[in-house]
Design a protein around this ligand. Sequence first.
Ligand SMILES: Nc1ncnc2c1ncn2[C@@H]1O[C@H](COP(=O)(O)OP(=O)(O)O)[C@@H](O)[C@H]1O
Ligand SMILES: [Mg+2]
Length: 348
Amino acid sequence: MTYLILRVDADMKDLKRDIVLSVENLHTSFQVGRRTIEVVKGVSFEVHRGKTLAIVGESGCGKSVTIHSVMKLLPPQGRITAGKVTYYGKNGRVLPLSEYPPYSKEMRAVRGREIGIIFQDPMASLNPVYTIGDQIIENLRQHERIGKKEALERAVAMLQRLGIPDAARRVHDYPHQFSGGMKQRAMIAIAMICNPQILIADEPTTALDVTIQAQIMELMQELQDTGGTSIILITHNMGLVAEMAHYIAVMYLGRVVEYGTAEQVFEDARHPYTAGLLKSVPVLGMKKDRMYTIRGTTPSVDEVKEGCEFTSRCDYVMESCRKGVIPEYLVDEGHMVRCNLVAEGIRP
Ligand SMILES: Nc1ncnc2c1ncn2[C@@H]1O[C@H](COP(=O)(O)OP(=O)(O)O)[C@@H](O)[C@H]1O
Ligand SMILES: [Mg+2]
């Protein structure tokens, strides 16, 4: 009984702190043949109302699997083995997402309406045999009692807002008639049409040219400013992170290795991997061959059995780094670093 009361207290505290989503100690594994490979190893983060959390880290570190776990969108061979995910909805609703099965009515209601997601590959996520408009209104009509005509009007308005010219006509186009940038916007329209509390954008601009990237980012920021939307931005582009993020989670091989406000992470990076990422941000006018790169390559997820995942590439390795699980050190309020250098008082 005491436990229950404590939990409600904790939830109330999160509500007061303006948290809209909390992920605690999430573990996800994949079954590959007869082997079980853990690809997300105890990830925790929080999403604040109306703010942007950037999840950064190189390809394969588990960013997409993390959010697919939160949304219960894992492929059949994937399994969440531990963790707690809580969504704080409108009017003080607290939903323990981790307790709902993937196709429960609770998860269906949350996906699309409360949390919108722009998938990493828009070309693969749009259905080629339905018009853009049909795909936008499908999400809307699943969640709201609304007629087809009105839904289509909303879709047109959204496409207009997203800068699609001649939207009233283009809404009837099929995906192949849209350019890459326009498909990306169509994906954003699908994700945004129900006015979700959280918008998850999984590397939304990787395949796009720089001008369209900037437009899309501006647009997401505008949606945030006008609608109070929280954004989870997944990217490996540190320039984008600097521009967009209020909070940053740096991931390396299935773990969050540094986490804090944008200011804490940019001004006081304590993990050698974060420091390396920041040094490798391209600066305008810099020659490519002068740019810093972190030495070595990422080991595969199941290669590191013990100690810190970053040891093979780290310039500061100590004996203690090769043993056990590296603890999470709190270097400042809300600034977490998973690196033994903190205990030694060494800054990378
Ligand atoms: N369906 C799958 N089956 C087996 N392994 C997978 C599957 N999807 C992803 N993985 C593995 O999980 C790890 C994390 O992948 P992912 O989350 O997609 O990385 P990223 O950070 O680039 O988004 C990778 O090592 C990848 O190989
Ligand atoms: Mg990914």
